[in-house]
Design a protein around this ligand. Structure first.
Ligand code: SAM
Length: 274
């Protein structure tokens, strides 16, 4: 794997591919129902869609790519809301065949690729202007993968072009610790930064963070996590006991009759290639 700055980055690629491989069982038709339908709900997506539409108005790109776009829900919603020019070419880039096979609208072109393989010349010719969007994907790259991934994406954009992402993160560092510990105990290498760190990572990669906006929390319930990460009941009980004690006072942790719910925070960042 060669990133835009020429460095090989097999570790990040391995982390990314393993994370997707673990989840293919819930991709495709089962995807819409995950986490109470969070990823298939127009009201939940509305703040992100509003910010993207502002970006489309401001920059009038020729090509719009949703990185890790899954079943194409975000692009399909942009089409449905009617503010997207029919001239804009739309790509859903994802590593999962099952996600791409379930594409929500014929106007959306599937592009099978991994984040670090994505190159602007695969979608935009010559002077065509590009905009990148993504929701809930950067954490797949893990702690060590954030810098290479952001640098690579910045390398695919020209100055002034936008990368708009809704990314799992938390304004309060202690809330980030809760979710990071939970993911670690689920044997996942995903990593969620505190918001301040995410902004700094984007700036270090060569973006100007022009705007930070709120997005709805995702409620991660025990049953969905056990299914998605393949955790046996006994191990899940240990996780529940350990985190229930450590984070008993956290407003982001709830014990319920069915188990626990942990709240995952999100922010929307408008990043302009500097
Ligand atoms: C949590 S889902 C979000 C889907 C979509 N962005 C949405 O918000 O509805 C993450 C998506 O990212 C994709 N993904 C994860 N790692 C990837 C990678 N390295 N390259 C391309 N896609 C990836 C997964 O296959 C999955 O469809």
């Amino acid at each position: 794997m060669t990133t835009s700055d020429g460095a090989r980055d097999d570790t990040t690629e391995r982390v990314l591919e393993q994370a997707v491989a673990r989840e293919t069982a819930v991709h495709g038709r089962r995807w819409a129902a995950q986490y109470g339908g969070y990823f298939n709900d127009p009201a939940v997506a509305a703040p992100f869609l509003d910010v993207i539409e502002d970006g489309l108005r401001a920059k009038a790109p020729d090509v719009l790519v949703d990185l890790g776009g899954g079943t194409g829900f975000i692009l399909a919603e942009l089409i449905r809301r009617g503010k997207l020019s029919p001239a804009v070419k739309l790509y859903d880039m994802d590593l999962s065949d099952r996600q791409l096979e379930s594409l929500a609208d014929a106007r959306i072109r599937p592009l099978k690729s991994s984040f670090l393989e994505f190159r602007r010349d695969a979608v935009a010719a010559g002077a065509e202007r590009l905009m990148l969007i993504t929701r809930s994907t950067l954490h797949y790259a893990g702690l060590a993968g954030q810098k290479p991934l952001l640098r690579h994406l910045r390398g695919q954009l020209r100055p002034g072009e936008l990368f708009i992402h809704q990314t799992a993160c938390n304004a309060r560092p202690e809330d980030a610790l809760l979710v990071d510990e939970l993911l670690e105990r689920l044997h996942s290498e995903k990593w969620l930064p505190p918001l301040d760190s995410l902004v700094r990572l984007c700036e270090d990669a060569g973006f100007r963070v022009a705007r930070v906006a709120d997005a709805p929390d995702l409620a991660m319930d025990e049953a969905t996590l056990a299914d998605r990460y393949g955790i046996a009941p006994g191990e899940m009980a240990d996780i529940r006991a350990r985190l229930g004690e450590a984070y008993a006072d956290s407003p982001r942790w709830r014990s319920t009759p069915e188990g626990f719910v942990a709240l995952l925070g999100y922010k929307i960042l408008v990043c302009e290639a500097a």
